[in-house]
Design a protein around this ligand. Structure first.
Ligand SMILES: Cc1cc2nc3c(=O)[nH]c(=O)nc-3n(C[C@H](O)[C@H](O)[C@H](O)COP(=O)(O)OP(=O)(O)OC[C@H]3O[C@@H](n4cnc5c(N)ncnc54)[C@H](O)[C@@H]3O)c2cc1C
Length: 621
């Protein structure tokens, strides 16, 4: 009997399995293909805006994604450098096969107790509303377990479209999984139908790359994982180009052969990841759209054409491609395609990612309505930890909106009406300046340690670093010198000011202060790069950070007030019809969640609060 069985070895599944083992559960990972763990279904890149922050959080919680990214990265770039540190976002091109390889090696080395079973899950068995086992296609007896985490990605009733051609598949050349959809329906889950798409892979030797704009890795050294100290692979370039009117013309002329446009595909795709035919039709005035050729891997014969996702017939994809600069002789190695798949609406989930309907059944990743490797990874980690914590009868792991993008993601999933694939953006987080890529360990270290996700040695190291940052800040606040010793001093160069005050000026960096004041300032303190960065941001943005922290405290007073699952909304007079319907449907677990439901107004919330205060179950947590 297992404590936790994970169905699906994608990005959600591997993080779930690793987290459950770290917490201490007897765990099995059941997947269709043992040698395709964490396969990158779409672009050969990790991170990016808000997604890079998610990888840092996964790493802070002891997960695999950051380290595997560093082991397979062939180009590093920090996005949004021209903007404030709140939105700096790490991104890396990775070697596609190298990433899977890195995950497999990390699991083999660090999680030898994890059982990896190659089989298809066909049904989840329950008794009295609780999970008992997983029935597989290849085993005569069910795999007994106390909990299940379903991470089946795009495979449930997966249907691939290329022009008019359709075939059942979860990904190209990988069988769909249909039986599990029936099993979910049998348990009473409603199912939605979403779609996503991918661009053609283009034969590299047929492209004149000299004619395109080359993009190289940054020289600056930084990493996704706390444990990485060097680049592990040679860095490789990408190539930028743009579409043109000729290519748009080919697409427009045959738009009625696009399954998206002729009504064949009815399901909803990710709004922020539109196909090329979508871009051409929705923005008819735009003469060009940016594209990037990204390497599929070192020595791989194909390039991935980022920005050119399509489900048009292959000959239209080829015609449009050949009208682009440097692509006159282009050949397609694998066509772009769209895939439709089943999704369980995430309002079915609690904050632990356990379903409200079936005890011990958790969902994570694409099956729960998200899109993206990083979104899947963090959910897998949260679900894996919580399934294990529940079996071991320990406190659940809840990440808060104010402390992590992971918390924002889960809260959005369980409270918003998700009707299209959800992806993370920095704009979804209220407290962006606090949720930076550089401070994920400081934000999450304590919770990671309490849940058993990281070792005491690592937690001690995180605490020591936070102490060093605080000691630096204290020193900068207490050392006071005349302005002219540090900068020209403006109208009053003789005025004596504390160093933290002076650091609000862009030209006064911490390094400059160290150079000018030497041991008067640095006595007893060390200044490694991570500490320096944290001190600079904390001091420079002190006012904004303080304001965000105060706002969090204020909202938290009510935010955590619990709402019992059985709360009878019909017994409360005065709700608007829409609010009553939304509250009954979503069954929010806290006042904070209720406050974010679309259609629940401030006056509905005021009424709710009065009734919560009256009921004994409504005590603030
Ligand atoms: C064609 C395509 C295009 C995409 N485009 C984008 C994009 O543009 N942007 C973006 O952010 N994301 C995109 N994605 C999504 C991204 O790949 C996923 O969000 C991410 O991989 C989800 O991770 P996951 O763990 O939920 O599922 P997956 O990575 O899909 O993994 C699912 C796993 O479950 C296993 N499995 C399925 N059914 C069973 C079963 N019954 N029994 C046992 N094992 C099972 C599979 O073998 C697989 O290992 C795309 C995906 C596809 C397929």
């Amino acid at each position: 009997m297992y404590d936790v069985v994970i169905i699906g070895g994608g990005h959600a599944g591997v993080e779930a399995a690793a987290a459950a083992v770290r917490v201490g559960a007897h765990t099995a990972l059941l997947t269709l293909q043992k040698n395709a763990l964490a396969r990158l279904s779409c672009n050969p890149a990790m991170g990016g805006t808000a997604k890079g922050q998610l990888i840092k959080e996964i790493d802070a919680l002891g997960g695999l994604m950051g380290r595997a990214t560093d082991l397979s990265a062939i180009q590093y770039r920090m996005l949004n450098r021209s903007k404030g540190p709140a939105v700096w976002s790490p991104r890396a091109q990775v070697d596609r096969d190298g990433y899977t390889d890195a995950i497999e090696r990390l699991i083999a080395a660090r999680y030898p107790e994890l059982d990896i079973l190659e089989d298809e899950a066909v049904a989840i068995l329950t008794r009295d509303g609780r999970v008992t086992a997983v029935q597989t296609a290849g085993r005569s007896t069910p795999v007994l377990t106390r909990s299940v985490i379903l991470c089946s990605g795009t495979f449930l009733r997966g249907l691939i479209h290329v022009g008019e051609r359709q075939h059942q598949a979860g990904r190209y050349h990988e069988n769909a999984s249909n039986a599990l959809s029936d099993s979910l329906k049998h348990m009473g889950f409603p199912l939605l139908r979403f779609k996503t798409g991918t661009p053609p892979r283009v034969v590299k030797s047929t492209i004149d790359l000299e004619r395109l704009e080359r993009q190289d890795s940054e020289a600056d050294l930084w990493f996704f994982s706390h444990e990485t100290t060097r680049r592990h692979r040679e860095q490789h370039p990408c190539w930028r180009l743009h579409t043109n009117e000729k290519a748009h013309g080919f697409i427009r002329a045959r738009i009625d052969e696009s399954p998206m446009y002729n009504g064949t595909i009815q399901s909803v795709g990710p709004r922020y990841c539109p196909s090329i035919e979508d871009k051409v039709m929705r923005f008819p005035d735009r003469p060009a759209h940016p594209l990037i050729f990204e390497p599929e891997g070192v020595g791989h014969p194909w390039l991935y054409l980022n920005g050119f996702s399509s489900s048009m017939p292959v000959e239209v994809q080829l015609q449009a491609l050949r009208s682009l600069p440097g692509c006159g002789e282009a050949e397609i190695g694998r066509p772009g395609y769209a895939v439709e798949y089943d999704v369980v609406p995430p309002r079915e989930l609690r904050r632990t990612l356990e379903t409200k309907r079936i005890g011990g059944l958790y969902l994570a990743g694409q099956i729960a309505g998200t899109s993206g490797y990083e979104e899947a990874g963090i959910q897998g980690l949260i679900a894996g930890a919580n399934a294990a914590l529940q079996v071991l009868k320990r406190e659940p792991l809840h990440l808060d909106r104010s402390e992590s993008y992971g918390g924002v993601l889960v809260d959005d999933l369980v409270t918003l009406d998700i009707d299209e694939p959800y992806r993370m953006f920095t704009s979804r987080a209220e407290y962006r300046l606090l949720l930076r890529q550089d401070n994920a360990e400081a934000r999450l270290g304590e919770k990671a340690f309490s849940a058993g996700l990281i070792s005491s040695e690592r937690y001690e190291a995180i605490r020591r670093r936070s102490d060093r940052v605080q000691r630096w800040i204290d020193r900068l606040k207490t050392v006071r010198v005349p302005r002219r010793e540090v900068y020209d001093g403006g109208k009053d160069p003789a005025r004596v000011e504390s160093l933290d005050h002076m650091m609000k000026r862009p030209e006064v960096t911490l390094q400059r202060l160290v150079d000018l004041l030497g041991s008067d300032l640095t006595e007893g303190l060390s200044l490694e790069p991570a500490v320096r960065k944290a001190v600079e941001i904390e001091v420079t943005y002190e006012g904004y950070l303080e304001r965000q922290r105060r706002e969090i405290e204020r909202v938290k007073g009510q935010e955590k007030r619990r709402i019992p699952l059985e709360f009878d909304y019909d017994s409360v007079p005065g709700f608007s019809a829409e609010a009553r319907e939304k509250l009954k449907r979503h069954k929010p677990e806290s006042f904070g969640q209720a406050s974010r439901l679309a259609g629940v107004t401030p006056s509905d919330l005021a009424i709710l609060l009065v009734f919560l205060k009256k009921t004994s179950g409504g005590a603030a947590a």
